[in-house]
Design a protein. Structure first.
Lengths: 348, 310
């Protein structure tokens, strides 16, 4: 067993109450949110993200309507936390500063401000505002496989200049291989200030998320996003309990209790799942073709209605270079493909 | 034929594209381009295209308004300076077409409510946003048939077509467009989403419009209304095209549009630029025709304008 990372401190950030919302079609109840967050807090997870899958402003036809508003979720969860900080997701163009203020008022103290990996300059207002509120502020570069290491370094530097204290490499498509992750994290580490942290957010579509997260730490990352039992979009996020077990074996220090986290996964999260979140034909297609993981369930719905397979739709979306937030193009693409193939729509 | 003389304020993508559109107009003539940086490419290009220029902002234009007979100005600067620009020019009797998200004046989507504004002789009309121009006609085409409780639009834009001003102010875009979906589109609640996609070659502007009707949608009448509205927009944006839909799914109506530009200043993928400048040009033309016909006369506004009050 390698022990070269022994003693490294890494902050774990759980995503099952945000990314996991995608896998639950946004149907996690307030009571379930409280139950899961309380259990994670008790296990010592330091950061827990709680919002609609698409973050602040996410309630929409485009991204689905959740069972409750972001404010209702946050107001229920935040006061119950004994040690964990609650975070939110904010994607400029969808969420706004008014909504971030509202999340803060409800008790959120950390934020992922997310942009596509080449469009960091759509985030200066939001990052600066989060800092003004005193929030732990992360710049979150999504679909990071679509930018090269130098390009990502420039984008990360921009986010740092706006005030981001942490910059994330976000493998939204679960497409990257460990060497891709290392190259990107190393490029960021080379240009960011020493006090600026680097994070990695993986998806398990190629079965690589645990290994990719370790590769990120080797290259200098100190924050890792994951999800208990992997509850997240596509084949899920980095399964946090598995990752934690690896950290424990390697001597990486997280402060989280492994057995408690395993119990949350098995006793709380798995019974909540609508489908087994795993690498299957369609989620593997995401990782193979480099497609935004959230597209998975939308593509399955469109497949059922328009008679084109989800895999074909996902491959076509990858070919057309569609990015996160373009969920409307899934229905559109399926309709166009059905027309081209002379198919008739199934009644909705 | 006599033309109405125009000034363009702001020498970025929108201002530059407007020169091409106005030069083609039978009733408008571009005369001045106003910038703030003497070295800017936009001002140089305007000079090359035969316009007079100033790098002293709107104050550099004011002394020439009377002598050069400027009657219409297009403001493509930012929401922050628009109010002041408008106040100064309105005072000299110049009609202001606002392409910023300031929205001091009434919101204008030509095929929906332009005639109404011309009839009222408004001195400042706001063009909302590119996404607003591309989607609100469709929302209105549904809401004029039956009640729409909620309308949501998604605008996907090529990264290369989005200038620094829009990038740094995405929230203003969101607020202005959402508000206009309600005020002009006729939905009780509106929501606007913007996506900036860097794909190469750049993607054409795409817009998805979704309405939730109060009752089961009348498919035949809504389809007919949407097709008629698309034909109206095509009169000034020929590249405005229905790709898929209308799709009916319970009370939801979804329409998938593409906007190809004319390729005047930016290539055709930047349909977002064209639909904004074409709508502004169309708006100015309607006023210009009325001015030329003598049916309206632009009058200097008093010192206390809506802008002052705001």
């Amino acid at each position: 067993m390698t022990t070269h990372l022994k003693g490294r401190k890494v902050l774990l950030h759980d995503m099952c109450l945000r990314d996991g919302m995608h896998a639950k079609r946004e149907q996690i109840s307030v009571a379930q949110m409280v139950k899961v967050a309380t259990a994670l807090d008790d296990a010592g997870v330091p950061l827990i993200q709680v919002t609609h899958g698409a973050g602040m402003g996410g309630n929409s036809l485009q991204h689905g309507f959740a069972l409750a508003s972001n404010e209702e979720y946050l107001r229920a969860v935040c006061p119950k936390m004994k040690q964990a900080k609650v975070s939110v997701l904010l994607i400029p163009g969808l969420g706004t500063m008014r909504e971030l203020q509202s999340a803060y008022d409800c008790g959120a103290r950390s934020v992922h401000v997310a942009t596509h990996c080449t469009e960091a300059d759509t985030s200066p207002q939001h990052i600066a505002f989060a800092r003004k509120l005193g929030m732990d502020t992360t710049g979150f570069l999504m679909m990071a496989h679509l930018n090269d290491p130098d390009g990502l370094a420039r984008q990360g530097k921009l986010m740092e200049s706006y005030g981001a204290q942490t910059v994330y490499i976000t493998d939204s498509a679960g497409y990257m291989l460990p060497d891709d992750v290392k190259a990107r994290v190393s490029a960021l580490r080379a240009v960011l200030k020493p006090e600026t942290e680097i994070g990695f957010h993986g998806h398990h579509n190629l079965g690589l998320s645990v290994w990719n997260s370790i590769a990120a730490i080797e290259a200098g990352a100190s924050r890792i996003d994951g999800s208990v039992a992997g509850l997240g979009a596509g084949a899920g996020n980095t399964p946090l309990e598995a990752f934690l077990a690896v950290c424990d074996r390697m001597g990486i220090e997280t402060g989280v209790d492994l057995f408690k986290l395993m119990d949350v996964a098995e006793d709380v999260i798995v019974p909540m799942m609508d489908h087994v979140v795993r690498v299957d034909r369609d989620s593997l297609t995401l990782g193979f073709a480099g497609v935004y993981s959230t597209f998975l369930l939308h593509a399955k719905r469109a497949a059922a209605r328009f008679g084109v397979s989800a895999r074909d739709i996902l491959v076509e979306l990858g070919r057309k270079k569609m990015i996160g937030g373009q969920e409307d193009m899934i229905e559109d693409t399926a309709m166009t493909m059905a027309k081209e193939r002379g198919l008739r729509e199934n009644a909705a | 034929m006599k033309k109405i003389k125009c000034a363009l304020i702001g020498s970025g993508n929108i201002g530059t594209d407007l020169i091409y559109k106005i030069q083609r107009s039978p009733v408008l003539e571009p005369v001045w381009m106003v910038g703030i940086d003497p070295q800017s490419e936009g001002l140089q290009r305007a000079r090359d295209m035969g316009l007079k220029t100033t790098a002293d902002g709107v104050d550099g234009l004011l002394p020439h308004v009377k002598a050069d007979g400027i009657q219409i100005a297009f403001d493509a600067t930012s929401a922050y300076v628009h109010a002041e620009n408008s106040r100064k020019l309105n005072k000299l009797g110049v009609l202001m077409i606002d392409l910023t998200p300031a929205a001091i004046g009434p919101l204008c989507v030509p095929p929906v409510n332009l005639k109404e504004h011309a009839d009222k002789q408004e001195m400042n009309v706001n063009m909302i946003s590119c996404a607003g121009q591309a989607t609100i006609p469709i929302v209105n085409a549904v809401s004029r048939i039956q009640g729409v409780g909620y309308a949501e639009i998604v605008a996907s834009l090529a990264s290369k077509s989005i200038g620094p001003g829009t990038r740094a102010n995405l929230d203003e875009f969101t607020y202005t467009t959402s508000n206009a979906i309600e005020k002009v589109g006729g939905a009780r609640k509106g929501k606007a989403l913007a996506i900036i996609n860097p794909a190469e070659p750049p993607m054409m502007m795409r817009n998805t419009i979704q309405c939730l009707c109060d009752d089961e949608p009348d498919q035949a009448r809504i389809t007919e209304s949407i097709l008629a509205m698309i034909a109206e927009v095509q009169k000034y944006v020929p590249g405005y095209k229905l790709v898929n839909g209308p799709l009916f799914d319970g009370k939801r109506v979804a329409v998938f549009m593409q906007v190809a530009g004319l390729g005047d200043y930016l290539p055709t993928y930047a349909g977002n630029l064209d639909i904004m400048t074409a709508a502004a040009c169309r708006t100015a033309e309607m006023f210009a025709q009325e001015i030329l016909a003598g049916t309206i006369t632009l009058k200097p506004t008093l010192n206390t304008t809506a802008a002052d009050a705001a």
